[in-house]
Design a protein around this ligand. Structure first.
Ligand code: ATP
Length: 359
């Protein structure tokens, strides 16, 4: 087990693409860190630098107390699980799992013990004689996990390991990966562009954009206090509504004709400053008509999700989506009145997108 530390890590590919622009953070021993961000933000490049599959252009990567910049992948004591599983098609499941240990010269008895133990943990004991093509996607993913487990690495690295599975299996495997990582106590770094996976798996969430870190924190912190408009709209589903507004006074924002109290907003912003106001679809409450502090929401159409519904329409004349439990509201287009908890109003800088919070 080991702590992983990244200090001002950069990657400039041949041709000049600056894929990672000076990233620093650490993952405590046994922590589960998820790197999340849109396609091309540099998350795979960063993971591959930790794995030793890409050279590090500048900065330092440490695993345990050892700087590993100049150390090859095989000596880093890591195991990686890829999106495409990377299993050897001509080998049995057993041999796929045993392969790495054989290369390391591990005694046969020890290999057998570890493979059988990993197969038991992953419930693939009955599949050990099969070839990869005789397995389902979920079973292949388990074998790929098994191959990582038998190595007893200090760090697990996952690169979008669930992307090839269907939605139901993704949820199931997500839970299994988390349970497994907890029970083995191995430090993990996991790359995904799926914000649900990122929220549910991580105890340290790193949101990346354009080769840089936008925010690092506990998943609940990132959700509740997004550091920027980018994070606000990337984390959370359906995404946060962003509406143009103005500062109307200390802790008060105006949206069109409507006025809204916002507790976490800088108090020194001059009145009439333009801002962007973020409201999560699920943070909106239905109010009685004309209730104090309520805003008019003209519902245009409704999407049924089962447990909840999405109401699409115009809030104070601006496009808006709200989410509510099915039985909370009569499901018809038309005007309703809503309120938002002042603690759940987010305010962002129009130019930089930075959160204009109290700090
Ligand atoms: N071998 C390479 N040579 C040059 N540029 C590269 C190379 N690999 C990646 N890039 C570029 O570096 C940037 C980051 O790529 P990277 O694969 O790390 O992003 P990502 O966030 O993992 O995206 P995805 O989710 O699509 O895999 C992109 O602009 C990409 O085009």
């Amino acid at each position: 087990m080991a702590q992983v530390t990244l200090t001002n890590v950069k990657k400039i590919y041949a041709g000049g693409v600056e894929a990672v622009k000076g990233v620093s953070f650490d993952i405590p021993d046994g922590g589960f860190c998820v790197l999340v961000g849109p396609s091309g933000c540099g998350k795979s490049t960063l993971l591959r630098m930790v794995a030793g599959l890409e050279t590090i252009s500048a900065g330092e990567v440490s695993i345990g107390n050892r700087v590993v910049n100049q150390i090859g992948p095989a000596e880093r004591d890591i195991a990686m699980v890829f999106q495409n599983y990377a299993l050897y098609p001509h080998m049995s499941v057993y041999d796929n799992m045993a392969y790495g240990l054989r290369n390391l010269g591990t005694p046969k008895d020890e290999i057998d013990k570890r493979v059988k133990e990993a197969a038991r943990i992953l419930a693939i004991e009955a599949l050990l004689d099969r070839r990869p093509k005789q397995l389902s996607g979920g079973q292949r993913q388990r074998v790929a996990m098994g191959r990582a487990i038998v190595r007893k690495p200090q760090v697990f690295l996952f690169d979008e390991p669930l992307s090839n599975l269907d939605a139901k299996l993704r949820v199931q495997m997500r839970v299994e990966i988390k349970k497994l990582q907890r029970s083995l106590g191995v430090t993990a770094i996991y790359v995904t562009h799926d914000q649900v996976e990122a929220m549910t798996l991580s105890d340290k969430l790193v949101v990346m954009n354009g080769g840089q870190v936008e925010q690092i924190g506990l998943p609940a912190e990132v959700y509740k206090k997004p550091a920027s408009k980018f994070v606000a709209t990337f984390i959370g589903s359906p995404p946060m509504n962003i509406l143009p507004g103005t500062i109307d006074g200390p802790g008060i924002v105006a949206l069109g004709d409507a006025i809204l109290e916002a507790r976490d907003v800088r108090q020194d912003l001059p009145a009439q400053s333009p801002v962007e106001v973020g409201l999560r679809p699920e943070d909106v409450e239905i109010a009685s008509e004309g209730a104090a502090g309520s805003l008019p929401f003209d519902v245009e159409f409704i999407e049924e999700l089962g447990a909840t519904q999405l109401f699409h329409g115009q809030l104070a004349g601006l496009p808006f989506v709200m989410q509510a439990a099915t039985d909370e509201i009569s499901a018809h287009p038309g005007r309703i009145w809503i309120t938002v908890d002042p603690d759940r109003v987010h305010v962002f800088d129009v130019k930089t997108g930075a959160r204009l919070g109290r700090g």
